[in-house]
Design a protein around this ligand. Structure first.
Ligand SMILES: [Zn+2]
Length: 479
C-alpha cells in the first residue's frame, strides 16, 4: 500500500464506482477475458482438487534427448525429461489445434553459470554469470543454468518448478513457430510474448495434472499451488512497468496467464494480444521515491489499520455491512471459531485483530515469514467482508464462502487503485495477495471459521474476479 499523495478527487471517483457496482447486483456484468466459467472451491480449472504425489514419476526410463555440455546430474535429468514431455505434448497439440507440425528444439545446452563461459544462441549469448533459462529463436535452441537456477527452483518450490520454467521456454518455441497464428512478429512487446509463453506453459501443466505426461505427475492441491507460487521466483520485481523493454509481468499477471492456458488451452494463449494486455495487466511502476524506498509497503500500525478500516467503510458503504473494528486481540465468539491473526464474530458484528501477528505477516523480510502489507490488510478485509455477506443474508460457512470472501477482498483491492482516505494500492500489493492466497491457511479465502477453499487455483481466480469485475459478480458467482 502507498500513502503518498492525498488525492481527494480520486477518492470521490472510487466511491462512485463502488456504489454503482454494489447497487447493481442483478445487472449483467460485462465479461473480462480470462479463465472464467463456474468456479468451484473444490476444483482447479475443472479438475477436482487432489492431494497425490507431485514431481517425477518413479520407475519411468529417462528421456534420451541429446544435450551439449551436460554433467549428467539430477538437474539435467529433470530438464531433459521435462523437455521430452513438452515435446510430446506439442507434437500432439500443434497439429490438432493449429494445423501445424511441431519442431522440437534443435539444440539443448546445459551450463553452469558459475563455470566457464559458453557461447550459445548462434554465438550471441554468453552463459557466464547468467542465472537463467532461455529459448533462442535464431537457432531454435534452449539453454539452462544447472548450477544455480535449477537447484534454486527445486529447493524453493520442488522439481515441478523446473518443469514449469522450461515449459515456459518451450512456449516461446511454439510462439515462434506459429508466428502470425500466435499473433506475433518482431514488433510484439515483451509482455505479450511472455504472457503467451506463461499461458502455453499452463496448457502443458494441465496435461501433467491430467496424468498425461510420461515423466511427471502433479496434484491439483499442493502440487499445483507450488507451481503457481513459482511465479514469484521469475516475476519482475515490484516497481517495474509492464511497458518496460523486457517486461515479464508481476506474479499476479503471470498467474493469470498460466491459469488461462491451464483452463482454456493453447488456442486461447495465441489470442493474448496488446489490446488484452492493456485492458488487464496490473504491473505498474512505483508512484514516487517514497513508495519505492518502502517497496510499496506501509508499516502495520494501529493508525494504518484504522485508516484501512475507513477505506473498507467507504468502499462497502452501501452494502449494509459495517462491523466494529477493534484492535483488541481476537477473543471468544459465541457463534464462530476464533481465527488468527484477525477474526470476525457475527454475534457482535466485530472484526478483531492481533497487531503483533499482523505485523509479522505484513512486513516482508528476506528471511522472515512475512509477505507484505497487503497480506495483512487483506486478511483484515477478509474478516470485514464477512459482515458485508452477513448483512446480505449470505451464509458465512458454506462451501462458497471462502471464494466469495476472496472475491470481495479483490473488489476492495480494485477500489484502492485510485486511493481511498490517503491509502492506495501500490506496486507489489497484488503479488502479496497471491502469495497469501497460495498459503495453506489462507485467511483471505477462508470462511468465518477459518476454513479456506480447498483449491489455491480457485482462490486466486476468485480474488481476480472481484478485482476485475466487481462486487456484484462476487455475490452472483459464489451464491
Ligand atoms: Zn519468457
Amino acid at each position: 500500500m502507498s500513502t503518498a499523495g492525498r488525492r481527494i478527487g480520486s477518492t470521490v471517483l472510487a466511491l462512485a464506482a463502488a456504489i454503482t457496482l454494489l447497487s447493481n447486483c442483478s445487472a449483467k456484468v460485462a465479461g473480462t477475458a480470462g479463465p472464467l466459467g463456474q468456479l468451484d472451491p473444490g476444483s482447479a480449472g475443472g479438475i477436482p482438487v487432489n492431494s497425490g504425489a507431485s514431481g517425477p514419476r518413479p520407475n519411468v526410463p529417462d528421456a534420451t534427448l541429446a544435450v551439449a555440455n551436460s554433467d549428467h546430474g539430477e538437474m539435467d535429468r529433470l530438464a531433459l525429461n521435462t523437455l521430452s514431455d513438452v515435446d510430446d505434448y506439442w507434437k500432439e497439440q500443434l497439429p490438432k489445434v493449429f494445423g501445424r507440425q511441431f519442431k522440437p528444439a534443435s539444440k539443448l545446452t546445459s551450463y553452469d553459470s558459475a563455470g566457464p563461459n559458453l557461447r550459445v544462441c548462434g554465438g550471441r549469448e554468453d552463459t557466464a554469470g547468467v542465472v537463467n533459462a532461455f529459448y533462442c529463436d535464431l537457432d531454435n535452441s534452449v539453454s539452462w543454468d544447472r548450477g544455480e537456477l535449477l537447484p534454486g527452483l527445486v529447493q524453493s518450490f520442488g522439481p515441478l518448478a523446473v518443469t514449469m520454467v522450461l515449459a515456459h521456454e518451450m512456449g516461446h518455441a511454439v510462439q515462434s513457430q506459429l508466428g502470425p497464428l500466435s499473433g506475433v512478429d518482431n514488433a510484439t512487446p515483451s509482455i505479450v510474448l511472455e504472457q503467451q509463453a506463461d499461458c502455453y506453459a499452463g496448457a502443458f501443466m494441465r496435461a501433467v495434472a491430467e496424468d498425461k505426461a510420461k515423466h511427471f505427475q502433479m496434484s491439483t492441491g499442493d502440487g499445483l499451488n507450488k507451481v503457481l507460487a513459482t511465479t514469484f521466483f521469475v516475476r519482475d520485481q515490484p516497481g517495474h512497468s509492464f511497458k518496460g523493454q523486457s517486461a515479464h509481468g508481476n506474479a499476479f499477471d503471470r498467474v493469470f496467464a498460466f491459469q488461462t492456458g491451464f483452463t482454456d488451452g493453447p488456442k486461447r494463449c495465441a489470442q493474448i494480444d496488446v489490446a488484452e494486455i492493456n485492458a488487464r495487466i496490473t504491473e505498474t511502476a512505483f508512484r514516487d521515491d517514497t513508495d519505492a524506498a518502502q517497496n510499496g509497503n506501509v508499516p502495520i500500525t494501529t493508525g494504518n489499520l484504522q485508516r484501512m478500516g475507513r477505506t473498507l467503510d467507504q468502499v462497502f458503504g452501501r452494502t449494509g455491512g459495517k462491523p466494529t473494528l477493534s484492535t483488541d486481540k481476537p477473543a471468544q465468539c459465541s457463534d464462530a471459531k476464533t481465527t488468527t491473526p484477525t477474526a470476525y464474530c457475527p454475534a457482535t458484528d466485530t472484526v478483531s485483530m492481533d497487531l503483533a501477528s499482523l505485523k509479522i505477516i505484513g512486513t516482508h523480510t528476506k528471511k522472515g515469514k512475512g509477505i507484505g502489507d497487503f497480506a495483512a490488510f487483506g486478511e483484515v478485509a477478509s474478516r470485514y467482508v464477512l459482515s458485508v455477506q452477513k448483512s446480505n443474508n449470505l451464509p458465512l460457512d458454506d462451501a462458497n464462502t471462502g471464494l466469495r470472501t476472496a472475491c470481495l477482498v479483490g473488489y476492495w483491492g480494485a477500489a484502492m487503485k485510485k486511493g481511498v482516505d490517503d491509502l492506495s494500492l501500490a506496486a507489489g500489493d497484488l503479488d502479496e495477495a497471491v502469495a497469501e492466497l497460495l498459503t495453506t491457511n489462507s485467511l483471505i479465502a477462508a470462511d468465518v471459521n477459518g476454513k479456506a477453499a480447498a483449491s489455491g487455483f480457485s482462490r486466486v481466480e476468485a480474488f481476480r474476479i472481484g478485482f476485475l469485475q466487481g462486487a456484484s459478480t462476487c455475490m452472483q458467482k459464489f451464491d
